[in-house]
Design a binder for this molecule. Structure first.
Ligand SMILES: NC(=O)c1ccc[n+]([C@@H]2O[C@H](COP(=O)([O-])OP(=O)(O)OC[C@H]3O[C@@H](n4cnc5c(N)ncnc54)[C@H](OP(=O)(O)O)[C@@H]3O)[C@@H](O)[C@H]2O)c1
Length: 315
């Protein structure tokens, strides 16, 4: 697995990041360690977590995701070989939602402690905060970079115009801008009124902004729970449109011809588009299929046909 630049700030990411949201929670810790080991053995170095993982799961009122990752890192003595991305800004327990300066400092110190590391490689604002001036949160994030607690910054669940104004403020003041975004992004567009709670689906403007400004695009929920390649799950209702069904059929037909999973081809197509998918899974078979996407490629005719259905048209 190759390392690629993330935006303009000099940090890199593996071509596929590993999402650890349910590791140590829905996936038992010993199995999670095996999955993280396999990703590492395949050259993967980028592990994604968040300060609140996964406090919405019954039985896990306290965040345990960062603690689990920390135990794995210690047991493998590999801190200097991997990169850790974590996030703050969503509420959990008695921690409110938002990006107020004091909250940013408090939550980053807690993450550093739980992870038991001196520096977070990539810190995301997990969500935007319209009630805090962007100057306040960009300055706070920058001071963490200057203090060495954080290496680079990302924005998750942001609209394009808000990333643009935050980055403009940062650049004007000599502060660190967001070098990437983490968006809810697959190969299908959700219906315009789709409701994903606090998660913000990607918009065409985000794709355009990232391309023009060289902001890296990391994609969460790329497989929409794996329904592309399994018969026990339907297309989520929020995505069920004639155009999306056409795209899914193209992936499934190509997968049958190539004797691979349609999930593998979805990830392969996303990488081909310059996106960085956050892969995950609850079994070794799933993780293997997802990493196999590095070795397979769609026929260019089919890939172009998917692109013509996927990308907004313009003359
Ligand atoms: N920034 C944010 O707001 C945000 C939000 C959500 C997620 N994330 C990050 O993104 C990561 C991935 O998100 P996600 O869990 O929503 O991703 P996803 O790709 O939509 O779903 C993952 C699930 O799909 C199934 N699956 C995965 N690979 C499969 C395969 N090859 N064959 C069949 N089924 C497969 C598994 O379900 P089963 O386990 O049920 O079999 C797996 O748990 C998370 O771990 C987290 O790090 C970030």
């Amino acid at each position: 697995m190759k390392e690629i630049q993330i935006g303009k700030n000099g940090i890199t990411s593996s071509e596929l990041c590993l999402g650890t949201m349910y590791f140590g929670i829905k996936v038992p810790e010993d199995e999670s360690f095996r999955l993280m080991d396999y990703y590492f053995e395949q050259g993967g170095r980028f592990y994604d977590t968040a300060n609140k993982y996964a406090t919405w799961v019954p039985g896990f009122p306290e965040p345990v995701g960062e603690l689990m990752l920390s135990r794995w890192i210690k047991s493998r003595s590999n801190r200097n070989e991997i990169q850790i991305a974590t996030k703050m800004g969503f509420p959990y327990g008695d921690v409110p939602q938002g990006l107020k300066k004091e909250l940013i400092f408090q939550e980053v110190d807690k993450s550093l402690k739980r992870l038991d590391v001196e520096q977070i490689d990539l810190l995301y604002a997990h969500t935007d905060d319209y009630s805090t001036p962007q100057e306040e949160y960009m300055e706070a994030f920058d001071s963490l970079v200057k203090a060495g607690k954080v290496k680079a910054l990302g924005a998750s669940n942001f609209y394009a115009w808000r990333m643009a104004s935050a980055n403009e403020i940062a650049v004007k003041n000599g502060w660190t801008p967001f070098s990437c975004t983490q968006a809810r992004l697959s190969v299908l567009w959700p219906k315009v009124n789709a409701n994903f709670g606090r998660q913000l689906p990607v918009t065409p403007e985000v794709l355009d902004y990232c391309k023009v400004q060289d902001v890296a695009l990391l994609c969460y929920s790329p497989l929409l729970q794996g329904f592309f390649g399994r018969t026990d799950r339907d297309m989520p209702a929020e995505y069920d449109t004639p155009q999306n069904n056409e795209i899914v059929t193209l992936f499934r037909d190509a997968a049958a011809d190539m004797n691979v999973s349609a999930n593998t081809l979805v990830l392969s197509w996303m990488r081909e588009q310059g996106m960085i998918p956050l892969i995950t899974g609850s079994t070794m078979e799933q993780i293997k299929e997802n990493i196999d996407s590095l070795d397979c490629r769609l026929d260019s005719g089919i890939s172009d046909k998917i692109a013509s259905l996927y990308y907004p048209h313009r003359e």
